[in-house]
Design a protein around this ligand. Structure first.
Ligand code: IDP
Ligand code: MG
Length: 160
């Protein structure tokens, strides 16, 4: 099943100049970028995107993190892409993310450390958690006219 999912390269990924490395991993897996733009999120939009977390104790730190600089937003398409991308991203806490995942390879901090300093966990990337979130998040971030259909070399290998 071909699915679309929302990826955000968070401000820490841009500030560390590793967005190309992260995007390459998605492309190397054969996933297709069907929408992409740079956005500086404000507090209001953060509350919409992270609506499920607004009442949680870590929200203040999370909001500071997601608004501290621009993000790169991408709509990614591929076979069961939602689950595959979450697997590639790794666990929320970089300390627990396995080597080979984006968060495990490029970050290491723990919940304990972030909470002690009252900061959001800088884990580089957001990816939609499930089908419902992916649908909601892709339409929150992208208008239909910002989405593109085209063929990649991988398309030739996904159905034949
Ligand atoms: P996810 O990004 O892996 O889906 P969520 O639980 O949806 O994780 O949390 C959203 C973001 O909020 C995380 O990616 C992380 O940046 C931050 N976050 C989550 N839990 C904590 C926490 O306990 N302390 C600090 N930041 C947190
Ligand atoms: Mg989440």
């Amino acid at each position: 099943m071909i699915e679309r999912t929302l990826i955000l390269l968070k401000p820490d990924a841009l500030q560390r100049s590793i967005t190309g490395k992260i995007i390459s991993r998605l492309e190397d897996a054969g996933l297709k970028i069907v929408g992409m733009k740079m956005v500086w999120v404000d507090k209001e939009f953060s509350r919409e995107h992270y609506a499920e977390h607004v009442e949680k104790p870590f929200y203040k730190g999370l909001e500071a993190l997601i608004t501290m600089g621009p993000v790169i937003a991408m709509a990614i398409e591929g076979v069961e892409a939602i689950e595959t991308v979450r697997k590639m991203v790794g666990a929320t806490e970089p300390k627990s993310s396995l080597p080979g995942t984006i968060r495990g390879d490029y970050a290491h901090v723990s919940y304990g450390h972030a909470d002690k300093h009252g900061i959001g966990i800088k884990n580089l990337i957001h990816a939609s958690a499930n089908t419902e979130d992916a649908k909601k998040e892709v339409s929150l971030w992208f208008e239909d006219k910002e989405m593109h259909s085209y063929d990649t070399v991988h398309d030739a290998h996904t159905t034949k």
